[in-house]
Design a protein around this ligand. Sequence first.
Ligand code: NAD
Ligand code: UDP
Length: 329
Amino acid sequence: MGKRILITGAAGFLGSHLCDKFVSEGYRVIGMDNLITGDMKNIDHLLKEESFEFFHYDVTRFVHVAGELDYILHFASPASPIDYLKIPIQTLKVGSLGIWHLLGLAKEKNARILIASTSEVYGDPLVHPQSEDYYGNVNTIGPRGVYDEAKRFQESMTMAYHRFHGLETRIARIFNTYGPRMRLNDGRVIPAFIGQALRGEDLTVFGDGSQTRSFCYVDDQIEGIYRLLLSNYSDPVNIGNPEEITIRDFAEEIIKLTNTSQKIIYKPLPADDPLQRQPDITRARNILGWEPKVSREEGMRITYDYFKGLTEEELFKSEHKDFAKHIKR
Ligand code: NAD
Ligand code: UDP
C-alpha cells in the first residue's frame, strides 16, 4: 500500500495540484480544507479516486486523523494580499494555531512535515536576489505583517519541533507561483490582469509598475516541493523561477498575449508592496537537482487558456468571496 499523506489547503490552488501529484504518484491522500479561500471544484475530480479522501475542517482547531500518516504538507493559509487583508486574524491563526496543531500531529504520528513558507518572509528585501541566508525586512505592524509574521512564526515553530523533538521537517520558501485554478477574484496580479483583459477592462498597474516579481509556473513549483519533501534537507529552500520582470512590462506582455487593445491605468501602490523580488535558487539546484523548466510564455499561455474556459457568470462575478460563512466562531 502507498504511503499516506495529509495535505492541508487541499481545495486551494497549490494544495489541489499537490493532491493531483501525490495521487498520481501512488500515495493515499487525505485532503483537508475549510474552503475559506479554496473551492471544491479544484478537487471534485479526485473525489471518485479510492486513494483520496477529503475532510472539510478548519485546522486552527485541534486536528485529528485516524490511522498512520507518513507525511504532512501544510498549505492551508490565505495567500493573496487581498485575501489576507480581508481575513487578517484567520491568517494569523492558521499560521500559528494551525501549524502548532499540525506539528503536534506530525509528532504523534512520527510523520515528516513540509510547510509552505513564502518569499514574504524577506519582506521588502534590501538584498537582491534573495537567498535563504537573508533575514528579511518585514514591517511587523503593517497590513502585510499578518501574513509575513505568521509565516515567519511558522518557520520558527517548525525549527523548534525539529530541534527539540527531532521531528523531520522541511521548509519551502515559495515565490510567486501561477497557473490554472488560481481564483479569478483573489486580487493577485495574474488573475487580475487576465480577468481585466477578458472583460475588456483596462489593466490596473499599482504604483508606477517598476516593482519586480519573478513568476513560477505551477508544475515546476509542485515538482520542487515534491523533491524537497523527499530530500533529507531541513533548512529552508527557495522554490521559484528567477526570471524577473517589472509589473509594467508584465502588463504589456498580457496585452500581447490576450490580443486585446486595453490600456494600462495606474493605481496607488499598496502599503509595503515589495519593490523587488527574485529568488536565488542555488540551494534548490544543488540540493534538489531542481530548476524551473516552463518559460513564462508557455506557462502564461496555458493559464490564459484556463481562464478563457470560465463561464461568463464566473468571469463577471465581481464580488469577493464570502469569507464570513466559512469562519467558525
Ligand atoms: P489558496 O488560497 O488557493 O489556498 C489556500 C487554501 O487553504 C484554501 O483552499 C483555503 O480554503 C485553505 N485554508 C485557509 N485557512 C484554512 C484553515 N484555517 N483550515 C483549513 N483550510 C484553510 O492559496 P495558494 O496560492 O494555493 O497558497 C497555498 C499555500 O502556499 C499558502 O500557505 C501560501 O501562503 C503558500 N504560498 C503560495 C504562493 C503562491 O504564489 N501561490 C507563494 C508563497 C506561498
Ligand atoms: N499588482 C498590480 N495590479 C493588480 C494586482 C497586483 O499592479 O491588479 C501588483 C502588486 O502591487 C505587486 C505585484 O503586482 O507589486 C504582484 O502582486 P500579487 O498580489 O500578485 O503578489 P505579491 O507578490 O505582492 O504578494
